[in-house]
Design a protein around this ligand. Sequence first.
Ligand code: SF4
Ligand code: SF4
Length: 144
Amino acid sequence: MENTTTAPFWETKKLEELTPQEWEALCDGCGLCCLHRIQDEEDDEIYLTRVACRCYDMEKHGCSDYANRHERVEGCMKLTLERVEEFDWLPETCAYRLRYHGKPLPSWHPLITKNPDSVHPFGMHSFNPIVENDEIDVEDYVMG
Ligand code: SF4
Ligand code: SF4
């Protein structure tokens, strides 16, 4: 009997072969790229903070204005194939980074679990994040 099972796109396709829909679906929604990072002026070291972009919606677990995010927030990254060399600043668990390096997605990725919430113990929500506001100094929230 012929085996008609086909491997899913995230296992077989390279990043450059993904359709726009597949590209979007690859994002696990971890939110780690929405946390502020601070660069040390002396040694250029980059430190992750637990302060989320002011556009982040904690209840929705995602960007509050995804369609206009690049216009709304200066510095919101535009993740494209052309900027692939910049992927290494993303967290090691970032699905784009993993697939760029030919690595499999983690077992908790929503594409695998079919549950969008399965990412939360592994994403920004595991760091007790707060949303950026005028009352706080982001430097006070650097994670050790
Ligand atoms: S770090 Fe990568 S996988 Fe996580 S939300 Fe950002 S783009 Fe998506
Ligand atoms: S604008 Fe949206 S997607 Fe961009 S960093 Fe802020 S919350 Fe994240």
